[in-house]
Design a protein around this ligand. Structure first.
Ligand SMILES: Cc1ncc(COP(=O)(O)O)c(C=O)c1O
Length: 521
């Protein structure tokens, strides 16, 4: 594999900065390890463990099912086996390996304490159908977590069962639909601003609503006038992501909510970005009727970082009766129970049904509650302040070089947004992202949000130190400088990754996995 040299960029720890000087970069050059299959490094004739000789005189108790021939499993020693799998694991990039700047994903460090708690047998090994008297501790965890969520959001009710952010959105919209239906008309339209997350219009359409788009202002926020203009008796709800996907706080949220309520509609808030405001803003005070919270973002455990997600939905008084079953209730004797039936006295009333077979993701509940208890209320406020501080540090450190479309709209929230304006030689955001892999970084979120050409969305989260941010900024500046200068060599990046340019769409949807045995020598 030849590294490029025609542009002056060399495969070393040196790169060119904006003034054309050589500077030292991270030194990370991604992972170059190729790893054969275990069948290629081991041999069927060897074994990694010493087994006692078979006693030929012992009775054969296989009843005629003995193997007629060996099955071809290879034998490796313990270190060979460990190294094989460790080398394989190093072909992947993870939050434990380095900074993961994916915007909108909140890839923050997952404290080991959370994992330790989630793996306690009393949480990890229980069954959803276990008698409730035997899982009182687990039910208490769910109830305590529900109390934290209601308190932090200023909302009176919560459904814990949804299993991801998008699942939570569906839960909220189904409750809204049930409320309108109970009032005699489910209505037809859900308004979704351009600055909303893509799952919002998908959810509304999935729930049977027509989706009407509301434009964004030049400063990257909902066009309030356009939204109010569109309101009417056909509008079931508005779905607003706050902070929005441009990384900005929707400061007119209360005005919007009041206007929506005036026409009898409900306000759905996509609260997946709660990490930026937790402890500082209570969505209940902004007029929200339903909001999902991505436990797997705000309260640690990044996307894909240790199991399934969890997207509890908080509800206003108006929507609480329509929330799904089940929920946890504590009786006067302090005994917890799972309320499963609508007809029960304790039920909320007009539930729309259920989102899941059981009560939700126990592992995520345990991790999130651990995160909350280990930070405390003040600590959670600090979390959001530090996340916002880190994002603004990145924004202000790069805005002189890269197009930052909303840099003048005030401080950003938890993520910094850049565009590909002025890239030379037809270079694109994709080329820059691939070049970041050569710098040893997972790329940022690309081409999202759609409102910005060639968008690059960077979310540092609160868990990155200033030193880590400085190192990232230096690498980012280096590749951005090359992109602006039109460095052709970037079109073939990455040079230092186990695989280079895969088909961006088909590689994920229709992977072609092949293995060809080596020729026998
Ligand atoms: C703003 C926003 N809304 C909704 C979602 C969907 O969440 P999930 O991936 O858990 O379904 C995400 C995911 O990151 C998000 O960032």
């Amino acid at each position: 594999m030849n590294a490029p040299n025609q542009s002056g960029w060399k495969p070393s720890m040196q790169a060119v900065d904006a003034s054309g000087d050589m500077v030292t970069t991270t030194g990370n050059r991604a992972l170059m390890l190729e790893e054969p299959l275990i069948f290629e490094i081991g041999h069927a004739e060897t074994t990694g463990v010493d087994l006692p000789e078979i006693d030929a005189s012992a009775p054969n108790r296989m009843g005629g099912f003995d193997r007629a021939e060996p099955i071809g499993l290879v034998g490796l020693t313990e270190p060979e086996t460990v190294r094989h799998y460790t080398r394989l694991s190093r072909q992947n990039y993870g939050i434990d390996l380095g900074f993961f700047p994916l915007g909108s994903c909140t890839m923050k460090h997952n404290p080991r304490l959370n994992e330790k708690m989630a793996r306690l047998p009393g949480f990890a090994d229980i069954h959803p159908l276990a008698p409730q008297s035997t899982v009182q501790g687990a039910l208490e965890v769910i109830d305590q977590l529900a109390t934290w969520l209601k308190t932090l959001t200023g909302m009176p009710a919560v459904a814990m069962s949804p299993k991801a952010g998008a699942h939570g959105e569906l839960c909220g919209i189904l409750a809204i639909r049930a409320a309108h239906t109970a009032a005699g008309n489910p209505r037809e339209v859900v308004l979704v601003p351009e600055s909303a997350h893509g799952t919002n219009p998908a959810t509304a359409a999935f729930a049977g609503y027509k989706v009407d788009n509301i434009p964004a202002t030049p400063e990257g926020r909902v066009d309030v006038e356009a939204l109010i203009e569109r309101l009417g008796p056909d509008v079931a709800a508005v779905m607003i992501t706050n902070p929005n996907t441009c990384g900005l706080f929707e400061k007119d949220f209360r005005t919007i909510a009041d206007a929506v309520h005036e026409v009898g509609g409900y306000v759905y808030c996509d609260g997946a970005n709660f990490n930026a405001i937790v402890g500082r803003v209570r969505p209940g005070d902004l007029g929200v009727d339903a909001m999902h919270i991505n436990l797997h973002k705000t309260f640690s455990t990044p996307h894909g970082g240790g199991g399934p997600g969890s997207g509890p939905v908080v509800f206003s008084e108006a929507l609480a009766p329509f929330a799904p079953l089940p929920f946890i209730r504590k009786d006067e004797d302090g005994v917890y129970e799972i309320v499963e039936e609508e007809s029960r006295e304790e039920s909320r009333g007009q539930t729309f049904g259920r989102m899941t077979a059981f009560h939700g993701q126990m592992g995520m509940f345990t991790r999130a509650l651990t995160y909350m208890l280990s930070h405390g209320a003040d600590g959670l406020k600090q979390v959001s302040e530090d996340a916002v501080l880190n994002a603004n540090y990145i924004l202000r450190s790069l805005e002189d070089l890269l197009h930052a479309p909303y840099a003048d709209s005030g401080p950003c929230m938890h993520e910094a947004l850049f565009g590909d304006k002025d890239f030379g030689n037809g270079l694109t955001t994709l080329d820059l992202a691939k070049a970041m892999i050569d710098e040893g970084y997972h790329p940022m979120t690309m081409y999202f949000p759609l409102v910005v050409h060639g968008a690059m969305l960077v979310e540092p989260t609160e868990t990155e130190s200033k030193a880590a941010l400085d190192q990232f900024i230096e690498a980012f500046r280096s590749v951005a400088t090359r992109a602006l200068a039109g460095d052709e060599s970037m079109k073939e990046a990455p040079y230092y990754a186990p695989r280079r340019r895969l088909d961006e769409t088909q590689a994920a949807r229709k992977p072609v996995l092949t293995w060809e045995p080596q020729e026998a020598s």
